[in-house]
Ligand binder design. Structure first.
Ligand SMILES: [Ca+2]
Ligand SMILES: [Ca+2]
Length: 295
């Protein structure tokens, strides 16, 4: 592969991870976002890839807000896909999910807030021909609800979180026959949701009175997107970033590295011995052609 090809592809096969899972790195840049896009960006917030907080290269995905109007402090960045394009990407086959985040010490919002990670799900209730019983929602990983959380996010340092096994996720229902909104049940792992069982009761998960009734998820529930973001309703100010969102199904994971620009432009790269030989040959051939044309 030439340097030019490597830069154009923005894709580097990183080899086999320690867990035996194949992992590919995709470099997400403003010019080549690979399907990632801003979402739910409200008036007092922003998200952008920049070089302010380098991570795994030259940059990361910055989030920030300065709350002027309550509730306007929200910004996300997400990658969504059509489940018919990836029918095997399900809650049961999801086997990699991790990300990294940083909260700047200058942030004035409450100390337990930091960027969250969300999974979009689509549950068809086992009746693909009938969409009236389908539910779309998100499972949300948030540091404040994790076991052993101290109450304060450490600041000015990158924090890596592998959440696929023991991470706790709460649910927000976007649309569905059981109602919409937050399901206030903050102790369930992805495996608990997949089993449709709350270990504390032995029964299907429920929220608080008045909450939507969560759908019965299972191993065949489609995962249709991944999202990371800040807000809303946090208040005051936040600045920080996310990098290295990694998600995988069935032993094949993709690691998304947010970078402001390609690591290197083709230009004239530093030449190793082989490159110097090729350059010399090129110059010699060019010289021969010029000489022949001038004859
Ligand atoms: Ca259905
Ligand atoms: Ca990066």
């Amino acid at each position: 592969m030439t340097d030019r090809t490597a830069v154009a592809a923005f894709v580097i096969v990183a080899g086999i991870a320690a867990a035996g899972l194949a992992q590919t790195t995709v470099v997400v840049t403003p010019a080549s976002p690979h399907g990632w896009a801003p979402a739910n960006v409200r008036q007092d917030a922003w998200v952008e890839i920049n070089d302010v907080r380098p991570r795994n290269g030259n940059g990361s995905l910055e989030f920030g807000f300065v709350t002027v109007t309550p509730g306007q402090d929200k910004a996300d960045y997400q990658l969504v896909w059509d489940p018919t394009d990836h029918p095997t990407w399900t809650l049961g086959s999801l086997d990699t999910l991790s990300f990294e985040y940083i909260r700047d010490a200058t942030s004035t919002t409450a100390p337990h807030f930091a960027p969250v990670l969300r999974l979009y799900f689509y549950e068809d209730a086992g009746t693909p021909a009938d969409t009236t019983d389908d539910t779309v929602g998100v499972l949300i990983w948030e540091e404040a609800y994790q076991a052993g959380f101290s109450g304060t996010i450490p600041t000015d340092q990158w924090i890596s979180r592998d959440v696929v096994d023991s991470g706790r996720f709460w649910m927000y229902v976007i649309s569905g026959p059981g109602g919409t909104g937050v399901v206030q049940n903050y102790g369930l792992t992805l495996a608990d949701w997949e089993a449709n069982t709350d270990p504390s009761t032995g029964q299907p998960p429920v929220g608080q009175p008045g909450d939507p009734t969560p759908p019965a998820l299972g191993s065949d529930t489609w995962i249709v997107g991944v999202n990371t973001g800040v807000g809303s309703g946090w208040g005051d100010t936040f600045s920080g970033a996310v990098d290295t969102v990694t998600i995988g199904f069935g032993g094949e994971a993709t690691r998304y590295d947010f970078e402001p620009a390609p690591a290197a432009e083709p230009g004239i790269p530093a030449l190793n011995g082989t490159g110097m030989v090729l350059l010399t040959l090129t110059l010699l051939l060019t010289g021969v052609l010029v000489l022949r044309r001038s004859c």
